[in-house]
Design a protein. Structure first.
Length: 331
């Protein structure tokens, strides 16, 4: 006898279907800020066939934007998500952010990480954007509850924090503020999925969201170990990239340690290692980003870089990530 299938929650299913439909209807995207993050977003949106209007007040913003998009495009082509040629005809520049968002279905804001500036910008965009448009911020750590505080339609404002560079790294952290609607969050997540991202829902506002807090915790201990001369900056980096980093590219820390327990899973793992791990936690350092730390990091990175420029290192990183992403699609 076949088992009866449990029907999904009809309300949740309807909301998901509605959000997917709304995401499919997005045709025009405004990108506010033409720096590294904004240009990366613009390239990704262009690759997915969207009309993109970019706003930036700097007089040479367009030339810089085109250069950055051209660099990102090679990666998008290698990933198989973009045509060979950049559709420049789908790109427009508007110095005034109000004009840029006037016909947008979705807005991705990437202004400098200053709360007062972003709060003012959100109020201006809220006045100018169509009522149904979502206003998303790439903020790496600010709280949307504050950024939306002066908006007449705060329910359509949300954090959509990418990991750098957005055109390459799938993660987007979606966080609502106190006045953000559930519909906005669902529509934002559906839109990010449409353009090939992996959005995660963060249920509670915290400074730095989730991913930045995780990497900040690891980096603090890495700095502590370097300052204590436990190992060189280069070897500490290798301890991560040649060890846990490879596993974390597949599963996060919880699932990794679940597998570490063998057939007994996390329960077996904790039974055997909770004591030692607690002693490691108790012994973790508390590094400070002062001038002595700055000097130590710069000296260590100079040695690790071995004369390679930032552009060369970034190209090496991107090529490796492309191979990792390609292998995951195959598997």
């Amino acid at each position: 006898m076949s088992q009866a299938r449990i029907a999904p929650n009809s309300s949740a299913a309807r909301q998901a279907a509605s959000a997917a439909e709304a995401a499919a209807g997005v045709r025009r995207v405004a990108v506010i800020g033409a720096g590294t993050i904004g240009a990366s977003w613009a390239a990704l949106f262009l690759a997915h066939g969207l009309q993109v209007t970019v706003s930036d007040p700097l007089p040479d913003a367009e030339s810089g934007l085109r250069t950055l998009i051209g660099q990102a495009w090679n990666t998008l082509v290698a990933l198989g998500v973009a045509p060979q040629d950049v559709p420049w005809s789908s790109l427009d520049m508007q110095p005034d952010p109000a004009a840029a968002v006037a016909q947008a279905d979705f807005v991705q804001e990437n202004a400098p990480e200053r709360e007062a500036l972003k709060t003012d910008l959100f109020a201006r965009m809220d006045e100018a954007a169509p009522p149904e448009a979502i206003l998303a911020s790439s903020s790496s750590g600010l709280l949307m509850s504050r950024l939306q505080s002066r908006c007449r339609r705060p329910e359509r404002c949300v954090i959509g924090h990418p990991f750098n560079p957005p055109h390459l790294i799938p993660l987007v952290e979606v966080v609502g503020g106190q006045q953000t609607s559930a519909d906005t969050i669902a529509r934002a997540m559906a839109f990010y999925r449409r353009v090939g991202k992996h959005p995660i829902r963060i249920n509670k506002e915290v400074v730095g969201h989730v991913a930045n807090r995780l990497q900040a915790a690891v980096w603090r201990e890495a700095i502590h170990l370097a300052l204590e001369n436990v190992a060189s900056v280069e070897d500490i980096d290798a301890a991560m990239s040649q060890g846990p980093g490879l596993r974390w590219a597949v599963f996060g820390p919880h699932m990794t340690f679940h597998l570490g327990g063998g057939q007994g899973g996390m329960g077996h793992f904790l039974d055997h290692l909770k004591g030692p791990i607690q002693t490691w936690w108790d012994d973790l350092g508390d590094a400070r980003l002062d001038e002595a730390t700055r000097a130590a990091l710069l000296a260590g990175l100079k040695e690790e870089s071995a004369g390679r420029s930032v552009d060369e290192l970034a190209a090496e990183r991107d090529a490796a990530i492309i191979r990792i992403l390609a292998s995951r699609r195959v598997s």
